[in-house]
Write a new protein. Structure first.
Length: 270
């Protein structure tokens, strides 16, 4: 009787082994393919309008040095600004999403930009800046402590400055529609990687669904912006992220101007 039981068990086990081994390999392959797809699916990137900031509608910025459009020679140049109804060095009130953004511990400041390059932050109204010889385009605007620009008719300065001998091959006219890149910038780590501010400054134009627009391409994903406002980028993976901004006309064509197309790379770390 015991031998019979062993034989029955052995036959049943053999049947199970044969049933498993006879399963079509296609199902196995399909399972592997699904797993590969799941691990290579790109992160979903989104942007959303940011509306939680105090307006500072009456704040102003005026450049007092250099007083003219020319500087005799290259080197360290003195810049001086008058700031109205705005406190440099103060922490901006953080409502809603603002509390989750990268923030400067030194407070509110001036974003100072030369030739649409990355800005330098200045917490005092007077500072020195190294300038090379040639024609340069300086744009400066008030910034909240979490790096959002103050957008009103008096919150900025846009000026062409010739240092030493004049030279100009940048195809820039600050009297025409011009876009100046601001954020995101540099490196982000920890919680700051979850919400990145996308911000830019516009001169001589506005945005609308039927008019000029800004196309933002973030890691290859396109977003059409029809309102001049700050936006929050979410869903960026760790590593390098590429942000490209283009100022377009109503027909989707790039508006001519040396600063109206710009690409920057930022880094997100754990």
């Amino acid at each position: 009787m015991k031998i019979m039981n062993v034989k029955i068990f052995g036959t049943a086990a053999l049947a199970v082994v044969m049933a498993v081994s006879c399963q079509p390999k296609k199902a196995e392959n399909e399972e592997v393919i699904v797993e590969e797809m799941e691990t290579t699916t790109p992160a979903t990137i989104t942007i959303e309008k940011f509306e939680d900031s105090p307006a500072y509608a009456n704040s102003s910025l005026t450049m007092t040095k250099p007083s003219g459009m020319s500087v005799p020679q290259a080197g360290e140049i003195d810049f001086s600004f008058e700031v109205g109804d705005y406190e440099l060095g103060a922490q901006t009130e953080k409502n809603g999403m603002a509390a989750n953004l990268a923030n400067s511990g030194n407070g509110q400041h001036i974003h100072f930009i030369v030739d649409n390059g990355p800005y330098s932050a200045h917490y005092e109204p007077e500072f020195k800046k190294e300038m090379t010889a040639g024609t340069h385009y300086v744009v400066a605007f008030l910034s909240r402590s979490y790096h959002e620009s103050v957008k009103n008719p008096n919150s900025f300065v846009a000026k062409k400055i010739v240092v030493g001998e004049s030279s100009d091959d940048m195809n820039v006219d600050l009297e025409k529609p011009t876009m100046i890149y601001s954020r995101p910038k540099g490196e982000y780590s920890g919680a700051d990687t979850e919400n990145l501010m996308l911000d830019f400054f516009l001169l001589n134009t506005t945005l609308s669904e039927s008019g000029n627009k800004v196309r933002a391409t973030i890691n290859g994903q396109e977003f059409m912006i029809t309102e001049w406002a700050p936006y929050i980028i979410k869903g960026l993976p760790k590593g390098e992220a590429t942000i490209k901004l283009e100022l377009l006309d109503a027909d989707g064509n790039l508006i001519q101007g040396g600063f109206n197309e710009v690409t920057r790379t930022v880094t997100l770390k754990d």
